[in-house]
Ligand binder design. Structure first.
Ligand code: PAF
Length: 282
């Protein structure tokens, strides 16, 4: 595995592969890797000859400086995991390499629509930061395939929309959320949980699973179900963010009779902001 931190060197390696007619898979991360990330690498490797993984804690997508500063940086361990997973290039640029000009002067990508709700409204500016950095890295690598996790469902759908809207010849694959054995969605932010919080954290997924069951059994008063779920989470000690049953195509609140529904939620456990979602069968 080669570790590269310059954009020019990354482009050169990708160009050589493309000239040879070989397919490139891209997995973008912010590091502090876990098995969920490795599943993305494995998926990318299924249909491409070369997998590139990026580790870049992107300042443009953080709405709180404390969050950016506290974000876990574990490059040595991450590098080992990537090597074992068969990654060929690990791209670890500096902030200056990605943003040579001051960040507030950089052109931005705004994907309109559902992106402004839920995660978008809880974290102002977040998705502009994500879409911009993803776009930049797509332009550097020009991958054939890229893989993102379904845990960040709005992010995944936003990237798929951006790729469609801007005619990028890239297949964007969404991989089901990888979970701990107790149901907690794997996330780098789980490292912020202390022992007691880690014991309580799986309740988050359990509450959402219960909502899904009740909807599949025929309940359609979605707003009451959301209120109940929120009360239950608060009762377990979670801090409030959102719980919503919405339509997956536009992330608007679901009404009785709507189809293709998803439960999406974010909640705080101590200093960890957890997010999760479950698609409702049928
Ligand atoms: O999901 C993430 O880790 C980040 O939002 C991403 C896609 C790597 C962009 O910085």
């Amino acid at each position: 595995m080669k570790t590269i931190s310059s954009v020019a060197e990354l482009r050169k390696a990708c160009q050589q592969w493309r000239n040879a007619g070989e397919r490139i898979g891209l997995v973008m991360t912010m590091g502090n890797l876990h098995q969920g990330h490795i599943a993305l690498v494995d998926e990318a490797a299924k249909t491409t000859e070369h997998v590139i993984t990026t580790i870049f804690v992107n300042p443009m997508q953080f709405d709180r400086v404390e969050d950016l500063e506290a974000y876990p940086r574990t490059l040595e361990q991450d590098s080992k995991m990537c090597k074992e997973a068969g990654v060929e290039i690990l791209f670890t640029p500096s902030v200056e390499e990605i943003y040579p000009a001051p960040i507030d002067t950089v052109s931005q990508i705004h994907v309109p629509g559902f992106v402004d709700r839920l995660e978008g409204s809880s974290r102002p500016g977040h998705f502009v930061g994500v879409a911009t950095v993803v776009n930049k890295v797509f332009n550097m690598v020009m991958p054939d395939v890229t893989v993102f996790g379904q845990k960040d469902i709005q992010q995944l759908l936003m990237i798929q929309k951006m790729v469609r809207d801007l005619n990028m010849p890239i297949e964007v694959i969404g991989l089901p959320t990888v979970r701990e054995t107790d149901g907690l969605a794997m996330s780098s932010r789980n490292n912020y949980l202390n022992e007691q919080e880690r014991v309580t954290a799986p309740k988050f997924n359990q509450v959402l699973t219960k909502m899904v069951k009740r909807v599949t059994e025929g309940e359609t008063d979605y707003r009451s179900l959301e209120d109940e779920a929120m009360q239950e989470l608060l009762g377990y000690g979670f801090g409030k963010d959102y719980v919503e049953i919405c339509r997956i195509e536009d992330f608007l609140p679901a009404q009785a009779g709507d189809e293709n529904l998803i439960v999406v939620a974010a909640a705080w456990m101590g200093s960890a902001r957890l997010i999760d979602n479950i698609q409702i069968p049928g």
